[in-house]
Write a protein that binds this ligand. Structure first.
Ligand SMILES: Nc1ncnc2c1ncn2[C@@H]1O[C@H](COP(=O)(O)OP(=O)(O)OP(=O)(O)O)[C@@H](O)[C@H]1O
Ligand SMILES: [Mg+2]
Length: 257
């Protein structure tokens, strides 16, 4: 495998009780790129992220991860927490910040992810850890919100906090499921600019419906439809592809989902 590949999805098929959610999916995600999985509702995008982080076991096929400067790792069959420790992070479609804790405490909790909530709250971070938290919050423009209770953050800020909670673990690959969902245009744009910064240090896999957002930040787009790869290319290639227009864009998928 070329060293430029970060994640290789190889012949992945998934069957849920007789229903094929994914069929023979092959995708190579290049290092330090922003790679989108797009497609209509039910296309299999979230399932594919679940396969990469081993939350779901494929019926066939394997996923490989190529960390920088070390040998490839087969993610399929690994424990989820081990995959996170190897440097593959995941933000879920449903927000998962602790609303009763401050932004800072959420960050500490994420840094100490493998320990319990109580232990994390009473944990005293080292100087280096505090610096890392500040640097990371700066990247998502939340440094001045450090002591605010996460529950009182605006919707967009909560999403950015979640991204920061992933980043503080220093992943090499970060997966984001609909990071701009429910955001207005300015917040969506800002999310895009944050992702562009992140890709300098990290490979970013994103599932998103907002085509303006895809256009703003994508390096590569894979279009999924009914569990199969319909096409792969640049955002412009996807937008001008007639089949993609018919199954996805023509239905207003970019707006309604
Ligand atoms: N655990 C499961 N058991 C049975 N069917 C499932 C399971 N998970 C997903 N599916 C089905 O697989 C298909 C793909 O679902 P998935 O959530 O991956 O779609 P998606 O592309 O993320 O859609 P959306 O844009 O709505 O988030 C859907 O038909 C869904 O109902
Ligand atoms: Mg989904």
């Amino acid at each position: 495998m070329a060293r430029s590949t970060a994640v290789e999805i190889k012949n992945i098929s998934v069957c849920f009780d007789g229903f094929w959610a994914l069929t023979d999916v092959n995708i190579n995600v290049k290092r330090n790129t922003i790679h989108f999985f797009i497609g209509p509702n039910g296309a299999g995008k979230t399932t594919l992220l679940d396969i990469i982080c081993a939350k779901t076991k494929p019926t066939k096929g394997s996923v490989f991860y190529y960390p920088e400067n070390s040998d490839g790792i087969k993610l399929t069959g690994m424990k989820e927490y081990k995959i996170v420790m190897e440097g593959v992070g995941r933000k879920f479609q449903v927000p998962s910040v602790f609303v009763n804790l401050s932004v800072m405490d959420n960050m500490i909790l994420s840094l100490k992810g493998h320990k319990g909530v109580l232990e994390s709250i009473f944990y005293k971070p080292s100087k280096q850890e505090l610096m890392l938290i500040d640097e990371t919050l700066e990247k998502v423009d939340l440094l001045d919100r450090k002591n605010v209770i996460a529950g009182s953050l605006a919707h967009g800020e909560k999403q950015w906090l979640e991204i920061a909670m992933q980043l503080v673990q220093k992943p090499q690959v970060i997966m984001l499921d609909e990071p701009a969902a429910g955001m207005g245009k300015p917040e969506t744009f800002k999310t895009g600019e944050i992702l562009k910064e992140i890709k300098k240090e990290c490979t970013v896999i994103v599932v998103e419906h907002d085509m303006d957002f895809v256009k703003q930040v994508s390096d590569r787009v894979t279009v999924l439809h009914e569990g199969k790869v319909l096409m792969e290319g640049t955002c412009d290639e996807a937008l001008s592809n007639e089949t993609v227009q018919a199954v996805y864009l023509g239905r207003g998928g970019e707006r309604d989902a």
